[in-house]
Design a protein around this ligand. Structure first.
Ligand code: ADP
Ligand code: MG
Length: 391
C-alpha cells in the first residue's frame, strides 16, 4: 500500500481511544467540565456500574446556543486559544477533545443544557459519532446547568467493551477512587465549594449513594464525609512552604527560585498514627489530581524516619506558578511534569521533616517517640536528604 493520509473519521476513532482510556477517565472528564463551568453542585449517576449509562448533572453556566455546534467537535474549547496559553491555564480542560472522544466511544451522547437566560427550559442535544449535532429540537425542563448522558461506553470498540464488562466492578471501584480525589480537593477548593454526589443503580433495587460531600469548602469535612470521623484521628494539617532553586538547564524564562506551598492533611509523624498501606495518598498540583510517583515516594520515605512500619494518610496540594509545570504530558492529564523536580523533592523532604519534627517535639512531651526522633541526628538527616540539601 502506498503512503496516504488517514481519513478524518478514522483519525477521530484512532485518537479518541487515547483520551478516554477507561471508565475513570471518562467520568473524570465530565466532572472536570462541570467544575470548569462553575458548578456548585455536581451529581454523577452510574447505571450498572457504568456499563449501562453514566450521567453527570451540574448547575454550572450551561452551554449557550451559539456553542451547540462546536461543543463536541475535536479541539474546540472555550478554555484556550493558542499554545502559549497553556502556561497560564487554570481550568481542568484545555484540549477540547473529551466530548468529541466520548461521541466516538459511546453508543450515544446526549446533552441537556440551559443557560441563565433559558432556564427553566433546556435544550436536548444529540450528537453523532464525530461530535456533530444531529438533533437540537428536544426541549425539557431544566434549571441553569448541564446534564451529559453517555450510554454504553466503548460499544464501538468491542475488545475494550468486553474488557469493561468483564471487569465492571473493578473499573467502577477505580472510578470511585478517582472521584474521591475530586471530592477531597477540587470540590473543596473550586467555585467556593461544590456539593458532590455519586450514585449507582443496578437493574433491581434503588439508586445507591456511593459518596457524598456537602461542599462547604473544607477538606476535613470531605474526609469525614467519605470515610467517617475516625479518618481524621491522628491526622494533622499540612501547611508548608519553601523555595526551590531552578535546576541547571531549566527554561531561561523561569525565575531562579520558585515559591512552593504544600497544603492538605497528613498522618501524625509518630508510630502507630499511620496506615498499613498507601491506599489513602492523594496528590494534586494546583488543585488538579495527578500521579506524582516521586513526590509520593518522598512523603513515604520521610514518614518512615518517624514511623518505621507504616505509611501516612496524605492529601497534598502542591501550589506553584502555572508556568513551572507542564500539564500537557498525556491526553488524560494525569501525569504532570514538574520543572526542577529533584530540587523540589529535596526541599519538600527537608521542610516536611523539619516542620513535623518540631510538631512532635512540642506535642509528644517526652515519650519514647520523642526520644527516637531526637536521636536522628542532623547528619543522618542530611545523608537521607541527599548531598544537595540545605537546611
Ligand atoms: P475542554 O474541556 O478541553 O474544553 P471538552 O470536550 O471537555 O473540552 O468540552 C468542550 C467544551 O464544551 C468546553 O470548553 C465547554 O465550553 C463546553 N462544556 C462541556 N461540558 C460542559 C458543562 N458541563 N457545562 C458547560 N459547558 C460545558
Ligand atoms: Mg473538558
Amino acid at each position: 500500500m502506498s503512503i496516504q493520509g488517514i481519513d478524518a473519521a478514522s483519525v477521530h476513532r484512532l485518537t479518541s481511544g487515547q483520551v478516554v482510556t477507561d471508565l475513570q477517565t471518562c467520568v473524570k472528564e465530565l466532572v472536570e467540565n462541570s467544575l470548569d463551568a462553575g458548578a456548585t453542585s455536581i451529581e454523577v449517576r452510574f447505571k450498572q456500574h457504568g456499563l449501562g449509562s453514566i450521567e453527570v448533572i451540574d448547575n454550572g453556566s450551561g452551554i449557550a446556543p451559539a456553542d451547540y455546534d462546536s461543543v463536541a467537535l475535536k479541539h474546540y474549547t472555550s478554555k484556550l486559544a493558542t499554545f502559549d496559553d497553556i502556561a497560564s491555564v487554570r481550568t481542568f480542560g484545555f484540549r477540547g477533545e473529551a466530548l468529541s472522544s466520548l461521541c466516538a466511544l459511546c453508543e450515544s451522547v446526549t446533552v441537556l443544557t440551559a443557560t441563565e437566560d433559558e432556564a427553566p427550559m433546556g435544550t436536548v442535544l444529540e450528537f453523532d459519532a464525530r461530535g456533530r449535532v444531529k438533533s437540537r429540537s428536544g426541549k425539557a425542563a431544566r434549571q441553569r446547568g448541564t446534564t451529559v448522558t453517555l450510554t454504553k461506553l466503548f460499544a464501538p470498540l468491542p475488545v475494550r467493551r468486553k474488557d469493561l464488562e468483564k471487569n465492571a466492578k473493578r473499573e467502577f471501584g477505580k472510578a470511585l477512587g478517582l472521584l474521591q480525589a475530586y471530592a477531597l480537593v477540587p470540590c473543596s477548593k473550586e467555585n467556593g465549594g461544590v456539593r458532590f454526589t455519586v450514585s449507582n443503580q443496578l437493574d433491581v433495587g434503588g439508586r445507591k449513594v456511593q459518596l457524598q460531600t456537602k461542599g462547604n469548602g473544607s477538606i476535613q469535612a470531605a474526609v469525614t464525609a467519605l470515610w467517617g470521623p475516625k479518618a481524621m484521628e491522628n491526622v494533622v494539617t499540612l501547611d508548608i512552604a519553601f523555595d526551590v532553586e531552578a535546576e541547571r538547564g531549566a527554561l531561561k524564562r523561569l525565575a531562579p527560585t520558585t515559591h512552593v506551598q504544600v497544603k492538605g492533611l497528613i498522618s501524625k509523624f509518630m508510630p502507630g498514627c499511620g496506615r498499613q498501606s498507601s491506599d489513602r495518598q492523594y496528590l494534586f498540583v494546583n488543585g488538579r489530581p495527578c500521579n506524582l510517583s516521586k513526590v509520593q515516594k518522598a512523603f513515604n520515605e520521610t514518614y518512615r524516619l518517624f514511623n518505621a512500619t507504616q505509611t501516612p494518610f496524605v492529601i497534598a496540594d502542591i501550589i506553584l506558578p502555572t508556568d513551572t509545570c507542564d500539564i500537557n504530558v498525556s491526553p488524560d492529564k494525569r501525569t504532570i511534569f514538574l520543572h526542577s523536580e529533584s530540587n523540589l523533592i529535596v526541599a519538600l523532604k527537608v521542610c516536611l521533616a523539619a516542620s513535623l519534627h518540631s510538631f512532635l517535639t512540642s506535642a509528644a512531651g517526652g515519650t519514647g517517640e520523642r526520644v527516637r526522633i531526637l536521636a536522628l541526628n542532623i547528619q543522618d538527616q542530611l545523608r537521607f536528604f541527599g548531598a544537595g540539601a540545605r537546611v
